[in-house]
Design a protein around this ligand. Sequence first.
Ligand code: ADP
Length: 721
Amino acid sequence: MVRRLLQSVPGSSRNLRTKGMLLGVACILLIILIGILQLQVVWGESRLLAQVQESNARHRTVASYLSLLQDVETGQRGYVVTGKPEFLQPFEHSARLIGPIEAELVDFYKPHSPEGRDVAILVRLGQAKLAFSRLVIARRQSAGEEDAAAIIGRGEGKRLMDRARIVAGTVERHEREHANALAFDHSGDRQRLQLVIVVAELLLLAAAASLLGSLLASIRSIDRARDEASDSARRQSAIFENASDAMMLLDHRGDIETVNVAAEQLFGHPRTEIIGRSNRFLFAQPPREEDSLAYLDRLAREDARTAATQNFAGRRANGSFVEVEVVTTPVRLNDGLHFLAVARDSTERRKVERLKSEFVATVSHELRTPLTSIAGSLGLLSGGAAGALPDKAARLIGIAHSNSQRLVRLINDILDIEKMESGKVVFEPQLLPVAALLAQAVQANLGFADQHGVGLLLAEVADNESMIADPDRMMQVLTNLLSNAIKYSPKNGTVRITSHREGVRQRISISDEGPGIPDEFRTRIFGKFAQADSTDTRLIGGTGLGLAIVKEIVERSGGLVSFDSTPGQGTTFHIDLPTPFALRRPVAAGDQRVRAGDKRCQILHVEDDADTLRLVASAFDGLADVHSTPSAQEAQASLYRFHYDAVILDVTMRDGSGLDLVPLISELEGETPIVLFTAADIGPATRAGVDGVLIKSRSTLADLVATVEQLLHGERELAAE
Ligand code: ADP
């Protein structure tokens, strides 16, 4: 709900912003349009004024022309009647002005327009009138008043003048009509423009009102978004502060930006001491800066949804250590990349896990011996060792035998996986020729394949192909995969084994023609006790642990396991293992120990009795790290890998004597004290190279701790953190 609200607010404000922008643009366009229209009105007015003035000028010119003709007439008549030359002055004056006015008149109008033609007639009439008047004046001067009056009396002058008046009237009428038409057209244009302006102004008003509305809505939506954001921030902050897990927000370099109360409590530092510092200062053994940056960089490049889990020993403000499990997720905010680290104290959980697996191991271990003998006895019985059995009894014994075998397998698998998970299995990686390894695995599984009527087909592998792995563990992996392939193959089916180099890896593939892996089971297939169809597999006989063991071994060998399967068409399992080209540090149990500090002692304890191993480990709890090793062989492998400050040896073990290790320890570790902690009472001859001997029946664990402490005294304190 909250998320929906938060999402809807930015969306609606974006809509409002778009709408506001559109309305703003519309308002600006309308204002420009109204301005242009107003300019047009003004231009129209001034054009009309100019045209009317031109028309008036033309009108006035025609009137002046007529008046000049009139003056000519008046001057001519006065001179004819009086014979006084002063009457000729106005005549001459008007006659001089007539020429320019005629030119003006001709210029006003186009020659072929009706007005142009009228003006041409008027000018011709005017010139005829002027010529007539000059003729009359010349006759008066030469022949006297009577002759001149006789010419006038013929009426030619009057006719010319009358016609000139009529034509001038026509031109003037045209001018008036023209001026009226202009005024009329202009008022029509002006009305249309005014109408458009009014409409544009109304639109502008509407757009401005909408703009105002959307501005108000925008302001309201921003207010709402701000309120919701601040509510959400308060909610998030309450969740962050009150979370039971420690939370830290880191910047892109891993410097701590924010922490919650749980983080302050977990590390015992107030937040003022944490914020601004690199997260590395919380580690008991801080990683190098470049390693830490590379780790964050890898996280950022990987899918942000896949948070990375890390286990490390943290250091509290008071100097004590705390086991921490931290999940780090990249978070991309507006100001760049950050990381959210969620940490919790895993000491208790690890203790419980340890207890649980120790319990499972103990129970399984205790069950294995009696079960093995039950299965063995039942096998003997069903094999006729105690004589022939009645049919019914033989059938029942057969069922009991196969089920007891299944139980033995289950217990062996449980013990295997528990040993591996608790790091008790030492891997001894070495260079393995692939062809020989596969031939051996095929040989070992031929009998099982025969029982199921399944053929094993090993494709040729190049002689020089090799990989890095522990041979025994690889045999366990191949046997598990081969037995699965055989079990799930149809009768007369074939299981194919191939191997080839893929880059720096060696790939081994085992294919069968069985039912395939159902899609819904694919993600669970490597889980413990995972079976696609438990009723079916119960018939086939399995524990659901085989593939979990395969995965554990392959991954701890630095490899990968995967499969391709089409339901109904068989399955191919692939294991990809390191080759000499990708040689890396061998994965071994002790390799993963976290040394809590430099002062802490490392003790190797070799003992085949699990109880004694556990008791000794707990006796040194808090004083030293005890590496418990259940066999001489494993102890040897560990000695090749790690330094120890002291070694505690049992003498008689199933796979040899601890005493056999003494020369090796002396050779590898020099002065490292060796203590025998044994049930057997041993003589002084066997004590060579040994620094102390404690007989179990006569010594307590406290004696053992004291002896080791004493031997170390002066060299190294058996002190707690
Ligand atoms: P199990 O002992 O039951 O075989 P595994 O861990 O080896 O246990 O296998 C788990 C389950 O995976 C099996 O029960 C089976 O359902 C499925 N499975 C394993 N290998 C194959 C295979 N080759 N073909 C089909 N199903 C297989």
